[in-house]
Design a protein around this ligand. Structure first.
Ligand code: PAF
Length: 282
């Protein structure tokens, strides 16, 4: 695995790979790699000749008072984790190179970016779309891999790829969960033992929501039930949103249909956690 620190160097390698008609699979990450990231890397390896992973904690997708400074960073452990996966290149740029003084260009995917997480993290998706756009321009992958846990992010990136005419296939891989159902996330490391236990309420609420929707309950009733379950957990400090939504528009589902997104964002202590599942009703 070769570690590349600059866009210029990365581009030279890409030029060479393209000249040899190699297909490129790309897994963008912010490091603190866990089994969820590893599942994306495995899939990229299966689908492509060359696999490139990036590690970059993107400052512009964190708002004021968010966890940019304490976001877990452990480059050596990350390298150790992926070294046996057959990753060909690890792109590990510096913030000063990607955002030099005078940097002024941002990508804003309107509409979708203002819903769900966007309401509570203003500017977050503008930061995500901007960095993903920059990484796509540098790496020009054939395919890029994202986890379903960040469902809204995947919709926004798909929209951006369509709108900006990127010739890149976006592949969304299933959320990887702990045995008790908690979605794997780099932020789970912030949780105390008690908080970690309390966090299992999220998956419980999602699964109960799924059961009720499949029993043809009204989605608004299901939203109420999900909120009741979450409120029963004493350590849930703030429910930012929780309920049943349209999987394409992210608007609240107000009537029965065949496809739903159940999505939750809440705080346990100071830790913000998100999760979702897609439900298909026959
Ligand atoms: O999902 C993430 O880890 C980040 O939002 C991403 C896509 C790597 C952009 O910084």
């Amino acid at each position: 695995m070769e570690i590349i620190r600059t866009p210029r160097m990365m581009r030279e390698i890409i030029k060479d790979l393209k000249a040899k008609s190699k297909s490129i699979g790309f897994v963008p990450t912010m490091g603190a790699l866990h089994e969820g990231h590893l599942s994306l890397i495995r899939r990229a390896k299966d689908d492509n000749d060359i696999t490139i992973v990036s590690i970059f904690v993107n400052p512009i997708q964190f708002g004021k008072g968010e966890d940019f400074d304490r976001y877990p960073r452990d480059f050596d452990t990350d390298c150790e984790k992926i070294k046996n996966f057959g990753v060909d290149y690890l792109f590990y740029p510096d913030a000063k190179i990607l955002y030099p003084e005078g940097y002024s260009t941002f990508v804003n995917v309107e509409n979708l970016s203002n819903k769900l997480c966007g309401k509570f993290r203003p500017g977050h998706f503008r930061g995500v779309a901007t960095i993903v756009c920059k990484l796509f321009n540098i790496i020009s992958p054939n395919r890029a891999y994202f986890g379903q846990k960040d469902y809204q992010q995947t919709l926004i990136i798909k929209r951006m790829v369509e709108d900006l005419n990127f010739d890149i296939e976006i592949i969304v891989c299933p959320t990887v969960r702990e045995v008790d159902g908690l979605a794997m996330s780099s932020r789970n490391s912030y949780l105390s033992e008690k908080e970690r236990e309390a966090a299992t309420v999220i998956y419980k609420a999602l699964k109960e929501g799924e059961r009720l929707l499949k029993a043809h309950e009204d989605p608004r009733e299901v939203t109420n039930k999900i909120n009741e379950i979450l409120k029963e957990e004493r350590l849930v400090k703030e429910i930012q949103y929780a309920g049943v939504f349209d999987p394409l528009t992210l608007d609240e589902a107000k009537e029965k249909k065949n496809n739903y997104l159940i999505a939750i964002a809440l705080k346990i202590g100071d830790t913000r956690l998100i999760d979702n599942i897609l439900v298909e009703v026959n």
